[in-house]
Design a protein around this ligand. Structure first.
Ligand SMILES: *[C@@H]1O[C@H](CO)[C@@H](O)[C@H](O)[C@H]1NC(C)=O
Ligand SMILES: *[C@@H]1O[C@H](CO)[C@@H](O)[C@H](O)[C@H]1NC(C)=O
Ligand SMILES: *[C@@H]1O[C@H](CO)[C@@H](O)[C@H](O)[C@H]1NC(C)=O
Ligand SMILES: *[C@@H]1O[C@H](CO)[C@@H](O)[C@H](O)[C@H]1NC(C)=O
Ligand SMILES: *[C@@H]1O[C@H](CO)[C@@H](O)[C@H](O)[C@H]1NC(C)=O
Ligand SMILES: [Cu+2]
Length: 393
């Protein structure tokens, strides 16, 4: 494992992209060893088959997305400032369609709410969220002067105590901490309070976030499927009406420890033989008590909108979680590029309900009023193709 990790460091520094690993003492994760194995595979595959856009994107000039803990204080503050900047710029979504979309940040939330039923439990889940996270990163860069790349939150690195992670520790260089403690709450049931297949105990929050850069962040859209017991309901049933309220969290050790440990991620990467198996395992099997890394990551954040399938991007931590989802997808692809770079599976309805046709690589993914052109799933399948040019450390 040490050798593989070293391999990434050598490869990336050779590529001119300096990885910053400030924490010498951090535990070596098997997840990261698989990521490094994937990078080596990607390098030899690219050497053999060529790059999709050799003029503009090779491993020599590729953007490298890194874990939040490896960002310097300055890099963290620049990222935070850019998120705050897009949350002050005006929205591009017509208010007739989403009266709650007030800011540029809200354009992302509105488009996710609007498309929720056709981008989860579907064949486009991974490619859609890859494009969405990339568009967010681009918007931070082009509209708010951010010069870095999208950070990710490595669940397994902090699964033992997520509230102590640099993302959630509540410091001025975090994405803000836990919510204020609301005592005496019930467990949260998944998939629904009436159907308790998985029961998560309340954490130490539940109320408004009171620490860090986003303590005063306003959530304008949703909720649609709130998990808090006392939600402030949206005036419109589609969740797109104007509903300003505080950002609430309930950081969950139980979710993090239950399904996002190193061994959970390694199992997902090693035991998912095909695309459908991978994307389905990632998104959980609730009736059988398995939350999966995707939903566990959302419930590690919890609260409102963090626990809401529709409105979750209204919490800025969403994008660090989904960058990790994308990092794991990218690694799963890298571990067998021949078969997985352009593999697809699943259908176009949530968990195939009602039954629908299979998703294809020619299906398009769109981002609505976020304002980026439609892509085919094929174009979004490689992070070195289409508009993309990035990898993960
Ligand atoms: C929601 O999706 C529909 C169908 O694609 C589209 O016509 C509408 O403009 C979208 N609304 C928003 C707010 O994105
Ligand atoms: C907890 O659940 C019980 C039973 O469903 C309900 O009566 C009670 O109001 C709930 N308490 C809180 C604080 O949500
Ligand atoms: C928090 O937001 C409120 C309402 O927008 C504003 O009045 C207040 O000045 C803000 N406080 C800080 C510390 O930004
Ligand atoms: C994925 O494949 C494994 C091994 O064949 C199997 O145990 C598991 O049930 C499959 N999971 C899904 C969600 O298809
Ligand atoms: C849809 O995909 C499944 C495998 O995931 C396959 O068994 C089935 O034949 C496909 N259906 C069609 C109509 O191509
Ligand atoms: Cu989503």
């Amino acid at each position: 494992m040490k050798i593989l990790r070293l391999a990434t460091v050598v490869l990336l520094s050779g590529a001119g992209a300096a990885p910053v690993d400030t924490e010498e003492t951090q535990t070596l994760l098997e997840t990261d060893a698989l990521v490094a194995q994937g990078v080596l595979n990607l390098r030899s595959y690219s050497a053999k088959h060529g790059y999709p856009n050799p003029q503009t994107c090779t491993l020599k000039n590729v953007a490298v997305r890194r874990e939040w803990s490896t960002f310097t204080t300055r890099e963290k503050k620049n990222y935070i400032a850019a998120v705050q900047c897009i949350s002050k710029k005006p929205s591009q979504t017509p208010s007739t369609l989403a009266s709650g979309a007030k800011t540029r940040y809200d354009d992302f939330v509105a488009t996710h709410i609007n498309q929720t039923m056709s981008i989860h439990g579907t064949g486009n889940f991974l490619s859609w969220h890859r494009y969405f996270t990339w568009a967010y990163e681009q918007t931070l860069r082009t509209e708010c002067g951010y010069t870095g790349f999208q950070p990710y939150y490595s669940w397994p690195r902090w699964s033992n105590d997520p509230a102590k992670s640099p993302v959630f520790d509540g410091s001025e260089t975090s994405i803000s901490g836990d919510g204020e403690l609301i005592a005496g709450r019930n467990n949260t049931c998944i998939p629904a309070q009436e159907y308790c297949a998985i029961s998560l105990p309340p954490g130490n929050g539940g109320g408004c976030v009171k620490s860090g850069p986003f303590k005063n962040f306003t959530v304008n859209l949703g909720p649609v499927t709130p998990v808090v017991a006392d939600p402030v309901l949206n005036p419109d049933s589609n969740g797109l009406g104007y509903n300003p309220r505080c950002l609430r969290r309930d950081i969950s050790k139980a979710a993090a420890q239950g399904w996002t440990k190193d061994s959970d991620v390694v199992s997902l990467l090693k035991n998912s033989a095909n695309f459908l198996n991978f994307t389905t395992t990632m998104q959980g099997d609730f009736p059988n008590g398995f939350l999966g890394v995707h939903t566990s990551g959302h419930f590690t954040i919890g609260g409102d909108p963090g626990g809401d399938l529709f409105a979750s991007p209204a919490d800025p931590a969403f994008y660090l979680h989904h960058a990790m989802i994308d990092r794991v997808y990218w690694t799963w692809q890298n571990l067998n590029l021949q078969n997985r770079l352009y593999e697809i599976g699943g259908t176009i309805t949530l968990n195939d309900q009602p039954p629908s046709r299979n998703t294809t690589l020619e299906d398009t993914i769109g981002l609505g009023f976020v304002g980026f052109p439609d892509l085919t799933i094929r174009e979004a399948s490689s992070t070195l193709a289409g508009p993309f040019c990035y990898i993960y450390a």
